[in-house]
Design a protein around this ligand. Sequence first.
Ligand code: ADP
Ligand code: MG
Ligand code: MG
Length: 926
Amino acid sequence: MSKVERKKWVYAFEDGDGRNKMLLGGKGANLCEMTRIGLNVPPGFVITTEACLAYLADSQRQLPDGVMDEVRRHMTSLEKETGKRFGGGEDPLLVSVRSGSAMSMPGMMDTILNLGLNETTLAALIRRTGNERFGYDAWRRFVQLFGKVALGVPDALFDEQFEAVKTRVGVKQDVMLGADDLRDIGERFLQVVQRHTGRPFPSDPYEQLEIAIKAVFNSWMGKRAIDYRREFKITPAMANGTAVNVVTMVFGNMGNDSATGVGFTRNPGTGENQLYGEYLTNAQGEDVVAGIRTPKPIGEMGQEMPGIYTQLVELRNRLERHYREVQDFEFTIERGTLYCLQTRNGKMNAAAMVRTSVEMHEEGLLSREEAILRVNPAHLEQMLFPRLDPKHKGHALAAGLPASPGAASGQAVFDADRAEALGKGGAKVILVREETKPEDIHGFFASQGILTSRGGKTSHAAVVARGMGKPCVAGAEGIHVDVAMRVAFVGDQVIKEGDVITIDGSNGQVFRGEVPTVEADFSPSLVKLLGWADAKSRLGVRANADTPDDAARAIRYGAKGIGLCRTERMFNAADRLPIVVDMIVADTPDERRAALDRLLPIQRADFIGIFKAMAPHPVTIRLLDPPIHEFLPTERQLEDDIARLNDLRAVSRGMEVLGEATRGGADPRLLALLHDLGDTRAVDGVLTRKEAILRKARALREVNPMLGHRGVRLGITYPEIYTMQIRAVLEAAADCVKAGIEVHPEIMVPQVCTAQELNLVREYMTVVQNQVEVTYGVKVPCKFGTMIEVVRACMRAENLAEVAEFFSFGTNDLTQATFSFSREDAENKFLPMYNERGILQDNPFEVLDVKGVGRLMALAVDWGRASRPGLKVGICGEHGGHPASIRFCDSIGLDYVSCSAPRVPIARLAAAHAAISGGGAVDKAA
Ligand code: ADP
Ligand code: MG
Ligand code: MG
């Protein structure tokens, strides 16, 4: 490097820029910042990350020219400032050598304390302090740390010697060792180093310093650090190289007026505005971490050292006022003087984050926008779902994918019917299946949670559970489910039906027995923060809800309407399914209408319940969507049933034959019994129906059901189905209107790709609406709109909007259609590989694909509004609850997002983030 543009490699704490974490590392930048604002930081300096990168790029592994010169100059300044001498004199200067990159990487490199000690300086230190024990203790700590960290000597070799001395002396605890014992340990440690490295322990302090600096730099490319960066996806843009901090040693172990500890400016568990932390009197920092002695809560310092405690509270206040963020700091007290050794933003759980945000705004530390932006919406998930009690000690029996957050316990049940039967009886059950199918849906309703041994995060079980806000662990491959035997095997353990298990859908763990859970926590702070968020956001937030209970829950979570009510969920309930099957099996429209007539009052009652729960907010109801054969048992199952019924019939016939053969002479009672048993009429009836269903199932079989006869296509083939549903909605609405309840039903047609389809359904609606209004004698307000979930619908948005009064993007199907990926196959087969190899950044079924699917959406919004200005547009796919996707929805001008109820608060906060950080904030409350 030429002289003119020589880089500055080293910054004194007085000179470094506290905001430049890339150059100085987080620890170094904050040490500079704290020095600048006048906090008592021991003097020191930072060697930059640039020096680290230059060193690592050098094939000889030499420090770049000038680094050691600058280090020497700064050491000289430290000597002046402290009045101590490095490597000699009456009062030796000792330093710590600490790593620190832009991102905190715990445990990346251990800190070396007490560097600068050798035979001479040790003697001086002992003379100076008059404390032999202290001196030898500092020495043995230094030899061990330096040996381990800088010279690569395994810790075990030191521990062996340490234990040997303790055994010889006959003590259990380090504190009981005397000065002589510690000196002995120091000597043994020197021999360990000599033996292991083949060289004597370096005694020249500058040599020690240079070796230590190189060791810190090398640690950046050590396995631990590389693994950590990979695991937490830390890219070079986030942190590149580590800085080295050289800090004058201060001692918390100089007597009972000395101490060391860690503090949080507020309680990180609860967020309470109170100094929080722990300390140890007469100890060095590492003792707190090592857990050798039990530290005391910081409050006790108020009595033990009141003067220092006042200083500590003052430090806390200055840190918070300056950083305007909860700080996590390290301090040491040397003979009554308080030093701050480190500070960084405190990590907190979601509840504490929310509470501190609200309180820091109310204390005037943060603006309302800052308070909102400070909380990461996704982090709220922690508070909104029941979770396992953090204090539990259970060991997981098996693990799968965290498919739907929350925790639940219940009896294991292996089929949906049993789940429903037990659930209705009030039992808590967990539905355990290999995988789930739409026909298991009633089992979902009755269960606390779902566990499957197959399938990914977008398997049927996962998607439906998330939609319902129930916990789900999917793809727990270690579990083998035997439905017929009603057991599951996990290794050598057996789970029988009725055995209690606990699942944690937030991390995928499965436990035997009941692990206590803590309930979702809707704290007053959260309510307040979300209220502020609502006032700032432009996007509305609705919930996906299918039942009156869901609707009531959605309201509690702050939804302003239902964005998607799936009517097929109602069809699946046990009291309706047989009627639905009748409807499907019907051979003529009249037969079908007869079945539908029985369904009508049931659906109407559902809608009344939902409207009441949601009033006065809008409710978007999607007409029947899935292919109807999904309501029938599988062909396989029907064939099995029929075979078994035929066997039964043959046995029955046998009884009759037997009866005839023994006629005359036999006991008349036996004869009567045989006659009854021989009556095959009951079996025949069931058999006939099963055969009819099987015929229908075969007739309805499709090669590709998801692209087949479903959605509006069904509605047009069987107009009586949609007509019945529309009638149920409108009669329910009329009922509410008469009762003085404000209703805003919105009828939504699924799978539309042309305006002709919409026109047809719109006609059904006009006819029914007129009839209902005449019959009930009231006006029934109702909007008519379409789901946008196929590519052609996006392309024809302008025409669709001539008929539709609103659009709602069904981004689950739209994503499948845009990629031509079938979701289940993609998830289970190739998506993980695509993500790993960077072919796709994210799973497009979780994170909206802004570049492709998003582009289509933007076009559809623009074209739709070109023909109908003010066209209302929302999204009701799973993406509606995902913060980054919500930001995108805001940017293309959607009116609302809709997601499962427990995600509503996440969406509300994300909507506010989008409004605040994406352009000027609007304060609707103002
Ligand atoms: P980590 O990043 O692992 O916390 P640190 O560099 O902060 O590592 O140091 C480890 C321990 O040593 C901490 O308790 C810290 O307070 C203490 N420590 C570091 N430097 C000094 C020093 N100059 N004087 C006294 N204690 C120190
Ligand atoms: Mg630290
Ligand atoms: Mg769809």
